[in-house]
Design a protein around this ligand. Structure first.
Ligand SMILES: [Zn+2]
Ligand SMILES: [Zn+2]
Length: 354
């Protein structure tokens, strides 16, 4: 029998999120039931719910930065035990057969990975995300959380963390490499912490210098304002790697010109508009323009372990679930330092019987 659990959902692209109930499937032999403690608030939650990235099914429960505790395991589960601190990120399954899945890149599953929300699960039901009290997920898509980091500060690692860690690792941020991070939001602040811990020289490119003190505290070596045109002359042909976290249209060629020989600009921000890359800008310095999407399951675990070893956590503002609609408006206005995380106890308190 499915379990009825409390959740916050919206019923249309323009509706506010409200208290409701959803059903979670029975725990199968390979499943893990997680009591969610905290759920991070990602920009993607808002884009998805509002239909910015295409039509979705309603009512919809979003949230793919999930941290909680194992409360039930299936008969075949060996990698998790009741009481374990675990997390779930942006995907809950994949085909497991295609060449990308077999290579450990489930995020690039050729059949499309099964997203934590607004996806269709292997049993044919629609997936529903972390703005809820419980979730049931197949064991090998459940990650182990580092003991040293509180639930609320670890939750956003499951999306914002892995989204920035993966390209930094792939394009080898490290000693002797100059890395720039464009935008200091949920993604950007994690990119700075990772690149610094990996040993790179880190520069933050932010619209203004308003967050300079924060950036330096997170490990940035330099901070430049992109509203100042002189920045683009001063830093021309300078960086080995640029991580662009901005989800809005920007003059991408101006940023590409900051790459030195064989440098790469990786977009992890997802603007709905096309970016007009000028090929001649790529000819100079043999530059590359690339994209990157979250990370595979093993890499996500490696990122969490890296955070445990280096004491890396997200800077969060914990909120009660009944302020989620206002929090979304603040995310859209970039008014958060640096990630909202919902305390799921406040959802339980609203729906004690569910
Ligand atoms: Zn996300
Ligand atoms: Zn696959």
């Amino acid at each position: 029998m499915p379990t009825t659990v409390a959740a916050y959902a919206a019923t249309s692209p323009t509706a506010r999120l409200v208290l409701t109930t959803i059903e979670r499937r029975d725990v199968g032999p390979h499943d893990v039931r997680i009591a969610i403690r905290y759920a991070g608030v990602c920009h993607s939650d808002i884009h998805t719910m509002r239909g910015d990235w295409g039509k979705i099914t309603y009512p919809q429960v979003v949230g793919h930065e999930i941290a909680g505790e194992v409360v039930e395991i299936g008969s075949e589960v060996t990698r998790h035990a009741i009481g374990d601190r675990v997390g779930v990120g942006c995907m809950v399954n994949s085909c497991r057969k295609c060449e990308n899945c077999l290579a450990g890149f489930q995020q690039y599953c050729l059949e499309g990975n099964i997203q934590t929300y607004n996806g269709v699960d292997v049993d044919g039901t629609n997936t529903q995300g972390g703005y809820s009290t419980e979730i049931v997920v197949v064991d090998d898509f459940v990650l182990k959380l580092p003991d040293a980091i509180p639930y609320e500060a670890v939750a956003p690692l499951l999306c914002a963390g892995i989204t920035t860690y993966s390209p930094l690792a792939h394009w080898k941020a490290g000693p002797g490499r100059r890395v720039a991070v464009v935008g200091l939001g949920g993604l950007g602040h994690m990119a700075v912490k990772f690149a610094h811990a990996m040993g790179a020289e880190v520069t933050v490119l932010s619209q203004t210098l308003a967050k300079k003190a924060d950036a330096l505290k997170m490990g940035a070596d330099h901070v430049f304002a992109t509203s100042d045109r002189a920045t683009f002359t001063e830093l021309a042909n300078h960086f080995d790697l640029i991580i662009n976290t901005v989800s809005a249209e920007l003059d991408i060629n101006a940023y590409l010109r900051l790459l030195r020989l064989d440098g790469t600009l990786v977009n992890v921000g997802a603007p709905p508009e096309k970016l007009g890359v000028r090929v001649f800008t790529l000819f100079d310095n043999r530059r590359s323009f690339a994209g990157s999407s979250i990370g595979g399951i093993d890499e996500t675990q490696a990122m969490l372990d890296f955070c445990g070893e280096h004491g890396i956590a997200c800077d969060v503002e914990v909120i009660a679930i009944d302020t989620i609609n206002e929090a979304w408006e603040r995310v859209l206005a970039s008014d958060v330092r640096y990630r909202f995380v919902i305390d799921i106890e406040t959802l339980k308190a609203e729906a004690p019987a569910a």
